[in-house]
Design a protein around this ligand. Structure first.
Ligand SMILES: Cc1cc2nc3c(=O)[nH]c(=O)nc-3n(C[C@H](O)[C@H](O)[C@H](O)COP(=O)(O)OP(=O)(O)OC[C@H]3O[C@@H](n4cnc5c(N)ncnc54)[C@H](O)[C@@H]3O)c2cc1C
Length: 430
């Protein structure tokens, strides 16, 4: 890539970046994505694929309800098989405390006109007769669905290109030039792109990108493990979040199974930033995290030493390197899955992988422009549920860039809320 110009440069080719590029390109905006690896290499190609409205923070509800409608026609719009299945989403309760949490979620859903409801154990078993594990009931939203993350993300990228967007893969953004308080260029490892607008859609690396523009985005990154089983005959079209295991069956018959929200947290030097902001949500959900001190911390220290290659190319170490899946999580998840479905006790694992999930202190995204530098916007911080929101995020970001405002209230998602101490209430991850 020779030095060039664009109306908008998007850093990151995950679903947030690709959906934003697609919507901007449709409006004839000259938009470029720079992606350090390949499209969908990180979270957006590694997610379970749940597209759920239930269990969300109230500030996300209006956009997620609108997004669900987009999902229903998305395969047709992008002219691609996204494996979209509107089979509903079901969260199972293991005890009275979970039921109490679900009651709160149902009340939020109802406030927004969603048909989320509580189910007894018998009602759950009517939906999925072969499920026999220990649960006392559940929360169910029939209009929710699931889709295949990598197919969706690459479909957005391809559709964006068809409308004129340029995509550079293997092209890390390594600096942001600011002139007179305004964004003026993105410095990439393959050249400089002059632009008045930069969208940071860099997922787990957004905090680092923010620092290049003098911003301090609070962000934590956890490592989550997923496995795919060999295909079996159809069991259910519902995406299920059960105690100790979440799963969905793909149209090809295989199941994605994961540890029901549990993940590993690798301590690194960034752990000590913004600690106070993260504490309330951490304390509410601490059962879900296993804290690891070791390899990652040592590597991180090494990368920051003078003379380290990472000083020159700060993202190179993250390209083409698979995050480590946790084998114990796979074993435990499989055991929990088979407890739910004894009839599938001989099901085998086809592949396993891990993905890094970025989260904000209140588990609500960061969307929109910052005050300074002018021309810098975030589309990040999706806190483990951003695949589902991707299509509407693309629309919101394009509205903000082209019209200066969005039809949705994104005030609760502004970057400044951290400084102002105006965060969404700590919530349990389902
Ligand atoms: C295991 C797992 C399960 C999940 N399950 C679900 C689910 O069921 N439902 C749901 O809604 N969400 C789920 N999520 C969360 C969801 O995947 C994310 O919220 C969403 O994909 C975030 O999209 P993104 O575009 O913001 O980030 P990403 O997909 O991470 O994309 C960011 C991109 O930016 C690139 N990048 C970073 N730095 C630079 C740089 N300097 N220069 C150029 N490029 C750069 C990265 O390489 C990456 O491709 C899950 C996530 C994981 C990991």
């Amino acid at each position: 890539m020779a030095d060039s110009t664009a109306d908008v440069v998007i850093i990151g080719g995950g679903i947030a970046g690709c959906a934003t590029a697609y919507n901007l390109a449709k409006l004839n905006v000259k938009v470029v994505i720079v992606e350090k690896g390949n499209i969908g290499d990180e979270q957006s190609g590694r997610a379970w694929g749940f597209v759920r409205q239930q269990g969300r923070d109230p500030v996300e509800m209006p956009m997620m309800i609108a997004c669900n409608k987009i999902w229903q026609g998305l395969s047709q719009e992008l002219n691609a098989d996204l494996e979209w299945v509107q089979g509903g989403n079901l969260a199972l309760a293991k005890d009275g405390e979970s039921i109490q949490r679900f009651e709160e979620s149902v009340a939020i859903s109802r406030q927004f006109g969603l048909d989320t409801r509580l189910l007894s154990r018998d009602e759950v078993r009517k939906l999925i007769p072969s499920m026999e594990g220990s649960f006392i009931g559940g929360m169910y939203t029939p209009g929710d669905g699931h889709a295949e993350p990598i197919k969706t993300t690459t479909a957005f990228a391809r559709a964006a290109q068809e409308h004129g967007a340029e995509i550079y893969t293997g092209c890390a953004a390594e600096g942001i030039e600011i002139t007179g308080g305004k964004v003026s260029a993105v410095i990439t490892e393959r050249g400089i792109i002059r632009t008045p607008v930069v969208v940071c859609a860099a997922g787990a690396w957004s905090s680092k990108i923010g620092r290049m523009a003098g911003l301090s985005l609070p962000q934590r990154v956890v490592r989550a493990t997923v496995a795919e089983t060999h295909p079996v005959p159809p069991v259910t079209q519902i995406g299920v979040w059960a105690p100790g295991v979440s799963f969905r069956q793909r149209p090809n018959g295989s199941f994605y199974i994961a540890g029901g929200g549990g993940s590993d947290y690798d301590v690194n030097l960034d752990t000590f930033r913004h600690l106070r902001l993260f504490l309330p949500n951490y304390l509410k959900n601490r059962g879900l995290f296993r804290i690891r001190v070791g390899g990652e911390l040592v590597k991180d220290i090494g990368r920051r030493l003078p003379g380290s290659p990472a000083r020159k190319h700060p993202f190179a170490h993250s390209v083409g390197v698979e995050p480590r899946p946790n084998p114990k999580t796979v074993q435990r998840t499989l055991k929990n899955f088979v407890e739910q479905f004894p009839s599938l006790s001989s099901i085998g694992i086809k592949r396993v992988w891990a993905g890094r999930i970025d989260a904000t202190p209140d588990a609500v995204p960061v969307l929109g422009a910052v005050d300074k530098p002018e021309g810098f916007l975030f589309a990040t911080g999706f806190s483990g549920h951003g695949f589902a929101m991707g299509p509407i995020v693309g629309i919101i970001m394009s509205q903000l860039i082209v019209n200066g405002e969005s039809e949705f209230d994104i005030h609760p998602m502004r970057y400044n809320r951290f400084k102002e101490g105006d965060l969404a209430k700590p919530r349990n991850v389902l």
